[in-house]
Design a protein around this ligand. Structure first.
Ligand code: NAI
Ligand code: MG
Length: 360
């Protein structure tokens, strides 16, 4: 049987960029004999409009059953007035939570044709290809106690950084597995100099590393890591870090390379019966209501998210590389959606124009 892929286009530019991914999926079936059982469903505002909830239980069940889920984007001004419990974002949060997606992969990859887009010097970013693995379901965003309390005659705001050994071990394992498929280098970032959770983090990552003798493991304090990421990012291959540091470092790393319209992501959970992790792939960007419906959206972030699915859920690394090479070629040819239009211009293309050029 073919691997199954659940597609949730969502709102705003989500369906527009996903339409280009559908063309590419069809192409892989027709030209490369790589067939998927693709089904499509609603999420976010679109699901709210149809069912009064941003994620129907049936959709949740289909997400659990799928080999991978590919999501566009959710949200939009139309839904800003809704109660928090049915806001579009809740659909996405429910997917992430119920699938227990603890490992968030954010690549920072620089296509040579866009190296001028970076705020850093061209030679610092040209050819850059690193991956940040952020722990996504624990740490200071979830730890108890949390809240704003009265203490004496003033208020105190409390959050708790808390990591169990097993939470650290599972995200570390996912980062080592990734490093094995890439450059076999892993850098773990924490602040073991000032945080107990950082000391435990370093110990557990080191222990897990004994199962991966081929991977060269290093440790860095996260603040020093931020400096090194901007000084010479090409020293890294895979970086693994906690939820808070990962939030900051992945945003920083993403902007080494340029436009929001270029950034894919993956969120992985525990292995399923077939050995593959539960997985949700999505562009980093949102529903971009300011350009929705105008054919201006850059579909590359969503297409690269599908390339990540090929690589990490379907073991099709060579086909993923084929797709990425097509994107590189189109960019080198000077084709640009509006968000990529630099000072020296380029050939303007629409969302569909970009998708068609990549296909060609
Ligand atoms: P956004 O990412 O939708 O847009 C930020 C800016 O980047 C806009 O100017 C937009 O036009 C541009 N942009 C984004 N993606 C682009 C693409 N593919 N091609 C060209 N330009 C692109 O973030 P914003 O405006 O803060 O949020 C808009 C809506 O999206 C809100 O309802 C927000 O809650 C939701 N959102 C959803 C996310 C998701 O589904 N994962 C993530 C972030 C925001
Ligand atoms: Mg962030």
């Amino acid at each position: 049987t073919n691997p199954s892929l659940l597609i949730l286009p969502g709102d705003g530019i989500g369906p527009e960029v996903m339409a280009e991914v559908r063309k590419i999926i069809d192409w892989f079936g027709a030209k490369r004999g790589l067939n998927f059982d693709v089904s499509e469903d609603l999420v976010g505002g679109a699901a709210y409009d149809a069912h009064g909830t941003p994620l129907h239980d049936d959709t949740m069940a289909r997400a659990h059953a799928a080999d991978a889920v590919l999501l566009g984007a959710v949200g939009g001004p139309k839904y800003d007035v809704l109660d928090f419990s049915v806001k579009p974002e809740r659909g996405l949060l429910r997917l992430r939570k119920e699938m227990d997606l603890f490992s968030n992969l954010r690549p920072a990859q620089c296509f040579d044709a866009l190296a001028d887009f970076s705020s850093l010097k061209k030679d610092v970013v040209a050819g850059l290809d690193i991956m940040i693995v952020r722990e996504l379901t624990s740490g200071v965003y979830f730890g108890e106690p949390r809240g704003i309390f009265e203490e004496g005659n003033e208020r105190v705001g409390i959050n708790t950084q808390r990591y169990t050994e097993s939470e650290i071990a599972r995200v570390a394992r996912s980062a080592f597995e990734l490093a094995m498929r890439r450059g076999k280098k892993l850098c773990s970032m924490e602040k073991a100099n000032v945080m107990e959770s950082g000391i435990l983090w370093r110990e557990v990552v080191t222990e897990v590393g004994r199962d991966y003798p081929e991977v060269e493991l290093s440790h860095m304090y996260a603040d020093a890591g931020a400096m090194q990421l901007t000084r010479w990012p090409k020293q890294f291959d895979v970086i693994v870090t906690d939820n808070l540091f990962g939030d900051l470092l992945s945003d920083l790393a993403a902007m080494l390379t340029g436009s929001l319209g270029m950034l894919p992501s993956a969120s992985l959970g525990a292995p399923m019966a077939n050995g593959r992790p539960k997985a949700l792939y999505e562009p980093v960007h949102g529903s971009a209501p300011d350009i929705a419906g105008q054919g201006k959206a850059n579909p590359i972030a969503c297409i690269l998210s599908f390339a990540m699915a090929l690589r990490y859920s379907f073991d099709q690394g060579a086909e993923a590389a084929r797709l990425e090479a097509a994107i590189e070629t189109v960019l080198a040819d000077g084709l640009r959606t509006a968000d990529l239009m630099g000072p020296d211009g380029g050939t303007p293309v629409s969302t569909a124009g970009m998708g068609d050029a990549i296909l060609a």
